[in-house]
Design a binder for this molecule. Sequence first.
Ligand code: 2AM
Ligand code: CA
Length: 263
Amino acid sequence: MARSALLNIMVQAATKAGRSLTRDFGEVENLQVSVKGPGDYVSAADKKAEEIIYESLIKSRPDWGFLMEESGEVKGTDPLHRWIVDPLDGTTNFLHSLPIFAVSIALEREGKLVAGVIYNPITEELFTAEKGNGAFMNDRRMRVAARRKLADAALCTAIPHIGTKTLGRYLEEAKASSAHAAAVRGLGSAALSLAWVAAGRLDGYWEHQLQPWDMAAGIVLVREAGGFLSDISGGERMMESGGIIAGNEIMRDTIRKTIIERS
Ligand code: 2AM
Ligand code: CA
């Protein structure tokens, strides 16, 4: 299937940044043995990838604005369009040589998410979606999984790390999800978690306290794969609140009621 001009621009930026990240990922593996570790190196890799994406997109659409994880908001002269960019989602995985990270690029038009690209340069899996045109993985159509019961479901969430202030909430959710679901995983990349829900690999996903660039592209993917999303209270303010639940319609609502609200 022929890709639209818009998706082509996004894919070109994502794959170019992906090549840079792949080279740096190879270096990170060599740096693991040092005591200090590759922290500074990874932060440089992250910034380099963001620059590549910025240069690539600004060349194609000079007037459009940006919201980027590293550089923040860059206003465009066109007030209708804004790219939302996470050059390296899954930074901690990258730092530890775990090949579960991705480039994530979304487009907002008049405040609405209309296109998303997520690319894992290690597995070379490219997830793309444009509003009204479906979702694809390496040009094959994706659909969310049809499973209706938690007992059959593979779920995904975020496992908290050192310094997390909401450990109590996580432990409650871990208890409820482990008690009801077939499997619970933590990928460490919100973008890939959403892409994998869109691909039907995961039946459901939820996470609290994300940034807009962690979820923007993934939201388009899940919607276009026939999935449903909500924020933690069941509304539609995912990007504003930072909380997100994704799955088919039944799975999304069951996760909220059985795992998050537990009522
Ligand atoms: P990042 O890798 O770009 O930081 C992990 O649960 C997910 O949460 C990742 O997508 C990660 O994105 C995101 N995230 C957002 N804020 C974070 C933070 N302060 N610490 C760790 N992960 C964060
Ligand atoms: Ca991120």
